[in-house]
Design a protein around this ligand. Structure first.
Ligand SMILES: [Ca+2]
Length: 176
């Protein structure tokens, strides 16, 4: 498996939809803003204490989604335990070129990914680390909503997001 995928991704940029408080206070949906806060900073990660996004504990900005937590608690978030939690990352991704993009999500356990409202990965099951991909055509210079959902329910936990597009082999989506 190609793992040296971090080089050459300098043009990748992710925009957080909103940068929530990190005090674990649940925000009303009305508090969310669609305006970008800062260019290329990452995705907003909302960490929930349940499997179904019903008990928000921490919101923070994650520059990348490239986590291998093993059997431990994700550091820096206020979860109750390491065996039962879910995370939703939201923001926008800007397409550097026009063409067919392949988004790949690796996860243990389940994950699903939407880009521009289109479901590209749907793997909402218990399993060891596994990668799933989906494709979508994007236009250069345009920004698209991206949403990645993940849950952990047994054993070890990891979640990773990659993309590839014409002229760019698979790399982690991360800030410029
Ligand atoms: Ca697991």
């Amino acid at each position: 498996m190609h793992r040296s995928a971090f080089a050459g991704c300098a043009r990748v940029a992710l925009w957080a939809v909103s940068c929530g408080s990190s005090d674990g206070v649940d925000r009303s949906s009305g508090a969310r803003r669609s305006a970008k806060l800062e260019s290329g900073t990452g995705l907003q990660g909302d960490y929930y204490d349940t499997l179904d996004f019903s008990a928000l504990k921490t919101s923070r900005l994650d520059a990348t989604v490239n986590f291998d937590w093993g059997g431990s608690m994700p550091p820096g978030v206020a979860l109750t335990d390491q065996f039962t939690f879910s995370v939703r990352w939201t923001g926008q991704v800007e397409a550097p070129v026009t063409g067919l993009y392949t988004f790949t999500v690796g996860s243990d356990d389940g994950a699903r990914l939407w880009v521009n409202g289109q479901l590209l990965v749907a793997d909402w099951t218990l399993h060891s680390y596994k990668e799933n991909s989906g494709t979508i055509t994007l236009i250069a210079g345009q920004r698209y909503d991206i949403k990645l959902e993940f849950y952990e329910n047994l054993g070890v936990a990891s979640v990773k997001l990659f993309w590839a597009y014409p002229g760019q082999p698979r790399g982690a989506t991360y800030r410029t």
